[in-house]
Design a protein around this ligand. Structure first.
Ligand SMILES: Nc1nc2c(ncn2[C@@H]2O[C@H](COP(=O)(O)OP(=O)(O)OP(=O)(O)O)[C@@H](O)[C@H]2O)c(=O)[nH]1
Ligand SMILES: [Mg+2]
Length: 393
């Protein structure tokens, strides 16, 4: 029996609609990236199988047992600025890092706070590790708003930042925290004899077993700074950071390293609007809630002079300069860029961004997926700028 043409057309349309409906349900919600297809037409190295880094490595052994004399540990600490009320988030982060790395190496933890740590904080955190925990109070002169900040100007500036929807702009402690992380933490007397640190925040996650001493890796392979994630910043939070930086460079051209990362700092190709609003800085930075670094760089004359210049300019309070762009600009200008290392093998998450390598040592994250949540977050990932700069992209 012949079926009338309109009925056939209707049937075909129903099949197409049904397929479309099924696609909508089962299609992946966030783009899955494959080599050669990164959403930005760039290649994501995290999709390649990842092992330990090349270079000299010191693996876990009895020489790293807790509390022994002449251990293989070097002069380094795990470091966290944290509030008493964040103790549970801190315990969670410690649990991840102890499980994946520190139970093999037993590096000490040093906690910093602008008020004394509670007994509850001390007990709960010490229970998470066999290594020594130290609890340090930040001196007032390192934390308080400096005397040269004009309070009226500060109040007016905050209103403007809030109009621009800058997160945490009206929390004075957030400005203090950013300033402390930019130029104060390594001046704390408790760190006077310490060279390397690994910064850890409450609520972060670590996904991969790491079997070598990362501090020894830094020392033995001549690295200054290690990162996992690269992001764009909100340009409205740092409009005068780059102009102030240029003023400083005009006074001190001698500090610029010959193998600097100026091209990375000033990229204007991928997000030209960001560069424009930040007055010449791409806003791309190493996301500093994760850092493994050598404090000798922060203590160098070049960085110290740079921080003091910025501090006097007042942008930690009149704007919302973060320690991430400040550290990144300092490193990009005054350090040999070959001494900056991407710890691609350390699976890490600070919501909503991740570094997830393709390795059977990792559990709980999806390789090559740099964010969790809405797909608009993808454009905040600026690792491709760094990959391009170092010739990986
Ligand atoms: N002791 C102390 N620690 C602080 C204070 N403000 C922030 N911190 C710590 O500084 C680090 C960064 O602060 P966060 O509030 O996480 O800032 P953020 O990472 O930009 O913001 P989130 O995306 O909300 O995590 C965390 O380790 C906090 O625990 C403060 O006033 N006192
Ligand atoms: Mg945080």
């Amino acid at each position: 029996m012949a079926i009338a043409r309109p009925v056939r057309a209707l049937g075909l349309a129903a099949v197409i609609m049904w397929c479309f409906f099924l696609y909508q349900i089962f299609a992946p919600s966030a783009p899955i990236r494959r080599p050669g297809e990164v959403g930005w037409d760039e290649y994501d190295p995290n999709l390649e199988p990842t092992g330990e880094p090349e270079g000299i490595l010191m693996h876990a052994s009895n020489e790293y047992a807790p509390g022994i004399e002449n251990s293989a540990r070097i002069n380094a600490t795990l470091l966290a600025l944290v509030r008493n009320e964040e103790v549970d988030g801190m315990v969670q982060a410690m649990r991840d890092l102890e499980r994946t790395w520190n139970h093999k190496f037993n590096y000490p933890w040093t906690f910093f706070n602008d008020v004394p740590f509670s007994e509850e904080f001390k007990t709960k955190t010490q229970n998470e590790t066999k290594a020594e925990c130290k609890y340090e109070l930040i001196p007032k002169e390192h934390w308080e708003m400096p005397s040269w900040i004009n309070k009226d100007l500060y109040d007016e500036s905050i209103k403007l930042l809030l109009d621009e929807k800058i997160q945490y702009a009206d929390k004075i402690s957030y400005h203090q925290m950013c300033r402390w992380n930019s130029g104060m933490f390594y001046k704390h007397p408790a760190l006077a004899d310490t060279q390397f640190y690994w910064r850890v925040e409450p609520n972060v996650h670590f996904f991969c077993d790491v079997d070598y001493d990362v501090f020894r890796y830094m020392q033995d392979n001549n690295k200054t700074y290690g990162f996992t994630i690269n992001l764009y910043d909100a340009p409205q939070s740092i409009p005068t950071l780059w102009p102030e930086t240029l003023k400083f460079l005009a006074e001190h051209p001698e500090y610029i390293h010959e193998n600097n990362a100026m091209d990375w700092l000033t990229d204007s190709i991928r997000r030209p609007d960001h560069n424009k609003k930040a007055n010449g800085y791409s806003t791309c930075h190493f996301w500093s809630n994760f850092e493994i670094a050598d404090m000798r760089f922060w203590r160098s004359k070049a960085y110290d002079d740079y921080f003091n210049h910025l501090d006097r300019a007042g942008g930690f309070f009149y704007e919302r300069w973060g320690d991430a762009p400040v550290h990144s600009i300092g490193l990009g200008l005054f350090e040999d860029s070959s001494r900056i290392h991407w710890f691609r093998d350390i699976g890490y998450q600070h919501v909503p961004f991740l570094n997830c390598p393709n390795s059977n040592k990792c559990k709980g994250c999806t390789a090559g997926k740099p964010f969790e949540g809405e797909s608009f977050l993808q454009k905040e990932d600026c690792r491709p700028n760094w990959f391009k700069f170092v010739g990986m992209g």
